[in-house]
Write a protein that binds this ligand. Sequence first.
Ligand SMILES: Cc1cc2nc3c(=O)[nH]c(=O)nc-3n(C[C@H](O)[C@H](O)[C@H](O)COP(=O)(O)OP(=O)(O)OC[C@H]3O[C@@H](n4cnc5c(N)ncnc54)[C@H](O)[C@@H]3O)c2cc1C
Length: 223
Amino acid sequence: MRYVVSGTGVLTYSAAIVGGFARTLHANRPDVQFVIAPGSFAAGRIGVLENEPGISCGVWQMRPESRGHVHIRSKDVAASPMIAPSYLTNELDRNTMVEGLRIGRKIFAQPEIARFIVDETVPGRAVESDEALLQYVRKNGSTVYHAVGTCRMGEDPMSVVDSELRVRVRGMTGLRIVDASVMPTITSTNTNATVLMLAERAAQIIRSPQAVGVANQRSTKTV
Ligand SMILES: Cc1cc2nc3c(=O)[nH]c(=O)nc-3n(C[C@H](O)[C@H](O)[C@H](O)COP(=O)(O)OP(=O)(O)OC[C@H]3O[C@@H](n4cnc5c(N)ncnc54)[C@H](O)[C@@H]3O)c2cc1C
């Protein structure tokens, strides 16, 4: 009612009101990111709250090494592709996530916040060993929606686009890809700003006199 009447109060907050970066023992620069939300999210369920009031802390690795793949399954363009994220297949990723969870616990153990904490419901204090924490991550972990790299940029034979975003497919010219799929790796943080910068750079490349000249030559040939 407060939100409806005055547009103020807790419903005006974003889902996560605290963000932070930290460095685990496995990196020499920040490699995990945190969000902290004023709600007790149920384990492994998106958008569902627990019955107890509380606070949730989510952690993710910023530059994972595990590599998944996306493959077409049929010639039917409407058929869904097979998406295999292959999370946690790399040992560094497993170690980083386990330590990331421990850093989250350290934050909540600081006196300023610890005095408000009654208990840890998820994963729960009993989940303590590296194996148990990893098992929790495997079972309940989800995505932060920063998928990249299915058409990665590079100069090697396995790359899909070159440094000017041109598709390297035999017999195909004049096609560029401009989106998150060309990023060879996930950026250190959220991907949206990088997509915008990619688009700005692509516009420069496409409008450059050189590119326009090539396009004109091609259309003359086609005619
Ligand atoms: C739930 C969620 C939350 C996110 N939160 C953040 C965040 O807080 N901060 C951040 O930086 N990043 C965030 N991201 C990541 C960010 O949104 C993406 O990295 C970015 O939008 C990717 O841009 P893109 O252009 O590659 O793809 P998209 O933004 O997905 O654009 C693809 C476009 O292609 C269109 N399309 C698809 N198929 C066809 C077709 N056959 N024909 C024509 N058009 C088609 C789609 O409708 C869409 O408009 C979030 C992503 C998700 C899913």
